[in-house]
Design a protein around this ligand. Structure first.
Ligand SMILES: Cc1cc2nc3c(=O)[nH]c(=O)nc-3n(C[C@H](O)[C@H](O)[C@H](O)COP(=O)(O)OP(=O)(O)OC[C@H]3O[C@@H](n4cnc5c(N)ncnc54)[C@H](O)[C@@H]3O)c2cc1C
Length: 391
């Protein structure tokens, strides 16, 4: 299915890097495995989206001196502000790129402890219902359900699980391992934790960070020893790497809580849509996928999303259309992230290109990049994601 996140996969139990758990990904310390005496003293992170903030919080929690540069004054400049927050490893990625499946599953395994360290961020493990409206939709979905080893359900079995599903829906499957979180809540908590370490400034060239002495004030003043570029799709302009914007339109509906319990991921007459219900009655409806860089919501985009949403869940018709937003996924040529040192001098680290999976991958990216920067050694799982694969 064409969706932001797809279903599970066949990676083995070695998906998680072999490493002691970090007690608290934000405020916790991991001093035993991170010899700070040998670590860089000053670290600048360019980009205060979910990836940059998660890395900065992990580094800060381990005692590093970090400052984040974020161009948007209210922090809402990134794809995270639009993203639905589905946490669903595997599926398409397993067809495309097995290394990515391993990383997605490692990311999924870190989410429970990451969310627990943040507090109430809407982390919800109720699971996802995959739906197919027509016979053609069933035929397409069946391939994915088989790949995910999900048991197909009849329409009435689906409605037993979720009463609001249309009687026209022919079949479905339940993916217990696909969860959700509210990315806006995650970023709000991370920004709070990093208060005083976020500078509102657009970096147009990494050399600016040296020219003005780096970050500016207090303990973080001075030329940074390491620069981490986590600027989403704009990382390409700062590093020369092939990262492109992939436009996505997303709607937010609001109504009485309780219409839906599960995340819905479905197809209705060939139109793909997902519905992510929040506890407060918001339902996120996404998303288009367009190879464009503009920020314009379109009539066709909104129409297609609403039509598919109402075909699958007619009760949404009475909800308020509260928001139409546009964001840009950071896409790479192989749709996998770019994680690692940019050059041999090991001063600039890239953490970008997470495409459709940046929310899912935020905790694992933070851990892997913090380990890399603080210890100088790369976890083997990073081997497949280095910038060198595009040189
Ligand atoms: C429509 C849509 C739906 C999605 N749904 C999901 C989903 O359900 N699950 C999932 O896991 N992922 C989803 N994603 C993908 C996810 O949002 C991204 O992969 C993730 O946000 C990438 O995080 P990031 O921090 O690298 O980039 P961003 O979130 O884009 O943040 C980058 C930040 O860097 C700042 N910045 C950029 N350039 C500069 C500069 N030069 N100087 C200073 N600051 C700069 C920006 O202002 C921004 O705040 C979705 C994305 C979209 C667009």
């Amino acid at each position: 299915m064409n969706r932001d996140l797809a279903a599970s996969s066949a990676a083995g139990p070695d998906a998680v890097p072999d490493r002691a758990p970090t007690p608290d990904p934000v405020a916790g310390t991991d001093g035993a495995s991170t010899p700070l005496s040998a670590a860089p003293r000053r670290i600048a992170v360019v980009g205060g989206g979910i990836i940059g903030l998660a890395i900065a919080a992990e580094l800060s929690g381990r005692g590093a001196d970090v400052v984040v540069y974020e161009s948007a004054p209210d922090g809402t400049g990134g794809a995270w502000h639009v993203a639905a927050g589905m946490l669903a490893p595997g599926g398409e990625s397993a067809f495309e790129y097995p290394h990515l499946t391993r990383l997605l599953e490692a990311g999924q395994e870190l989410w429970p402890s990451f969310a627990a360290g943040l507090g109430d961020v809407g982390y919800d493990r109720t699971g996802t219902l995959s739906l197919a409206l027509t016979a053609d939709d069933v035929a397409e979905a069946a391939r994915e359900w088989k790949h995910q080893k999900l048991t197909p359900l009849t329409g009435s079995q689906v409605r037993d699980l979720e009463a609001a599903i249309s009687p026209r829906v022919r079949a479905g499957a339940f993916a217990a391992a696909e969860h959700q979180v509210d990315p806006r809540k995650v970023v709000a908590v991370l920004r709070d934790r990093l208060a005083g370490r976020i500078i509102t400034r657009e970096i147009t060239d990494l050399s600016e960070l040296d020219a003005d002495g780096g970050s500016g004030t207090g303990a973080s003043a001075g030329r940074p020893d390491v620069i981490i570029v986590a600027a989403g799709h704009r990382t390409g302009a700062l590093t020369g790497l092939p990262i492109r914007p992939v436009k996505g339109q997303v709607l937010r509906l609001r109504g009485e809580p309780g219409l839906l319990e599960h995340v819905i991921d479905g197809a209705a007459d060939g139109r793909h849509v997902y519905l992510v219900p929040r506890a407060d009655g918001e339902v996120v409806v996404g998303a288009t996928q367009e190879e464009r860089a503009d920020r314009m919501p379109t009539a066709a985009g909104v129409h297609d999303l609403l039509r598919a949403a109402l075909d699958l869940v007619p009760g949404l018709a009475e909800h308020e259309l509260a928001e139409v937003t546009v964001g840009h996924r950071p896409g790479t040529p192989d749709n996998a992230p770019i994680l690692g040192y940019l050059d041999d001098d090991r001063r600039v680290v890239v953490a970008a290109g997470h495409f459709r999976n940046g929310i899912l991958l935020a905790p694992i990216t933070a851990r892997l990049i913090a380990d890399l920067v603080l210890t100088g050694s790369a976890d083997p799982i990073l081997d497949a994601f280095g910038p060198g694969r595009f040189r």
